[in-house]
Design a binder for this molecule. Sequence first.
Ligand code: SF4
Length: 205
Amino acid sequence: MGRLEELNREIASCRKCNLGYSRTNPVPGEGPEDAEIMFIGEAPGFHEDRLGRPFVGASGHFLDELLEEIGLSRDQVFITNVVKCRPPGNRDPKPEELAACAPYLDEQIEIIKPKVIVTLGRFSMERYFPGESISKIHGRYKRIGNTVYLPLFHPAAALRQRRWKEDLREDFHKIPELLKMVKENPVEEEEESGSNDEYQQLSLF
Ligand code: SF4
C-alpha cells in the first residue's frame, strides 16, 4: 500500500475533532503521489462531503476550467483542503479543527513534495502567509528552497465576485511559469530564496 493510501485510511477513521462525527465522508484529497503542483482549499462542502472527493461542486468545475486553460488536467495535480471533513452548514473551520487536521496536510506535503503549492482562499493562505490579507497578496509568490507558494482567491469566492474571478484567472496563469522557474533553478536544500516576510511580485510576465 502506498503512503498516501495509508494516510487516507488513517483519515477515514479519524475522530481527532468534532468534524469527524458530523461528516458523511472524509475528503482526504486526490491526485498522484508525484504531483508537481498541489492545490490547498479550505474544507469540503456539501457535494464533497457526499462524494468524498475535493472540489466537485461549482467551484470544482471552475477549477477544472482554469486547469484546462493552463494545459493541465485534474489527474496531474493534487487537490486537497486544510481540513478533511465538512464543517456543518459550511461554516468556517474552527482553530482547534485546523490544528487537529494540520498534521495530515503536513504529511501529504512530505509525501508528495510538490514544487508549487497553490493556496485557495484565506485559510490555506494563513498557513504560509500568516496575518496577511488575500486581497492584498493574491498572485504574489514566495519561494522557500525548491517550493514556491502562490496565494490565490478561492474559486467559490471568485464565482461570487466578478472582479475576483478575473484576478483568479490572471493569477492562475502564472502557475506554469512558476513551475518552470523552480524546476530550472533548483537550490541546495539548506539554501533559501525568498523569506517568510517578503513576497515577490512575479516579474516573469
Ligand atoms: S477534520 Fe481532520 S482532524 Fe477533524 S476528524 Fe476530520 S480528518 Fe480528523
